[in-house]
Design a protein around this ligand. Sequence first.
Ligand code: IVH
Length: 669
Amino acid sequence: MNSAEAQLRIQQLTNELRQHNYRYYVLNEPSISDFEFDQLLKELEHLEQLHPEFASPESPTLKVGGSVIDGFETIKHRRPMLSLGNTYNETELRDFDERTRKSTGLETIEYVCELKIDGLAISVFYENGKLVQAVTRGDGIQGDVVTENVKTIRNLPKTLRGNYPPLFEIRGEIFMHRKGFERLNQTRIEAGEPQYANPRNVASGSLKIKDSAEVAKRPLDIFLYQVYEDENVYPTHWDSLQSAQSWGLPVPQTAKKCSGLDEVLAFLHEWDEKRHDLSFDTDGVVIKVNDKRLQEELGFTAKTPRWAIAYKFQTETASTPLLGITYQVGRTGAITPVAELQPVVLLGTTVKRASLHNANEMERLDIRLGDTVFVEKGGEIIPKIVGVDFSLRPSNSTPLNYITHCPECGTELTRNEGEAQHYCPNDELCPPQVVGKLEHFIGRKAMDIQSVGSELCETLYRNNLVKDISDFYSLKLEDLLALDRMGDKLASNIIRGIEESKTQPFERVLFAMGIRYVGETVAKKLAAALRNINRIMSATVEELVAIDEIGDRIAETVVFYFQQPKHRELVERLRNAGLNFQAVIQEKLGDSLVGKSFVISGVFEKYSRDELKELVEQHGGKIASGVTSKTNYLLAGTGIGPSKLEKAEKLGVPLISEDDLIHMINGNS
Ligand code: IVH
């Protein structure tokens, strides 16, 4: 490579890496694997070493990739939050050990090995044993203050016990267990929303939610792995971890002290196997010099400490011929391209198919018929296609054109601006969409019609008995009896189940209708705020976004849905069948609390929190989740949250008891 070529390549790599950093840290939508990213970074590092004159002073090789989010207070870190040098092979690890031994003059180095958790770095401060601040990594120099969100993590103590330093910082990783991740994705599928790609993205997205109460619903967890205090009381990293544990902090139980490289390697091999049994994803091992004095001696490069290194597990990759691409049509009409593969065994399971997600992803991979592709399975369960083996590409291969028409019904596909997914708009007649909607309608969280299963939905549809959800309610016994393998008893059971579903409350009916983005929670919010279908059908985007948790995208989708006469007619048919389209009337009992905003916290003696909430609302008051200058009263029970108490004191918000509230309602405050 001549010098002009090197300059060009350095520019290219710099730009590319910046974009990938942005996608990873800010958008939470990485488009390449960590492995590919590291390869690009290494290429750039190498070229910059050969041609330092072309290296940008802002090169990605010198910087941690994140950036700060709008909407949270941004502060400078007390100590920069650095990243770690990465390696994928043992030779480089040997080099690391050799370098360390050489520069310290020691025979054997004592290391601490910790699993590298694939989550989101966080810095937490404790002052006099109280959690006072939590800050994201951001760009490594400054991060966002997300204290309230981090406090919702159950495993993280807000108050410490034992003999802790008066002020210290501890860093760690926020992450999500795979189970929680799958559960969360399930609710997204139910709402017809695209799924999250991996637990890391969700963990990161969760911390950016502006409402801590919402964050609290996300099953986040945390491990803390690095203590910083000014007095230097701990001679070793290991000691500091042990102490942190004694104060009640969640330090990784899998960490191990290793004397010399061989023990480190044994740890790596052990966990390369065992990691698949963990309940969370780990992408490697962090190896740290244990002695703090040695750490100090070794110091830092511009971006990483010289006393630690991350060994990344190589995920298992195989190459296999692509047999074809099929397109699945979901309940909401979303089209998912799927790669059909020559079966190949990866980490003990046979992989035959892998999702290609959407047209953008196919374009990015430049995947073509006749190709051989690389399939990868890491700590995650879901296999993914990470690339094409271009060396095996047939010379006559041509780029793929994404389908333009629905593979199931032939309707021309649509794609909204800014969205990755194509949709089949034929929601009334496209078979998988119709059957999908029927299945959704009878589902446990929707109308919960247990006498009708998925298979029966399909049968009823194929036999022209049920073509949309309202047809369930005009089914007759004789219709069913005409079906194969249908007896009297079964048939009347089915009819009875359908009949009983008419008593389901409005919010379930709304969810069961299967409107895109209207999942269980959104349906509840809409029903609670607007109370009946007529108001929802006539609501404007502005009215909808004024409701807690309803954003532009949901609002626009709901408005668009009800603009269509076919959907209004569907509502009429369901209404005539006797379904609930009115939320249970919460009687307005008075207006003594109009214009007053309350925050409820703690446990009460006479009423439950929900009852108190209802009481306030029935008398015209409003409930908010956090204490602000707009709060009029903090309704305080026993065990009230200390942060709420503190805030109320600071803002001069009066504390009242449940008796005080009753007095207020009765007009003698
Ligand atoms: S130590 C200067 N320990 O990996 C010390 N990091 O690539 C830097 N990580 O930013 C961090 N598990 O987000 C450390 N046991 C562990 C870790 C860990 C995961 C993450 C962390 C860090 C990144 C470095």
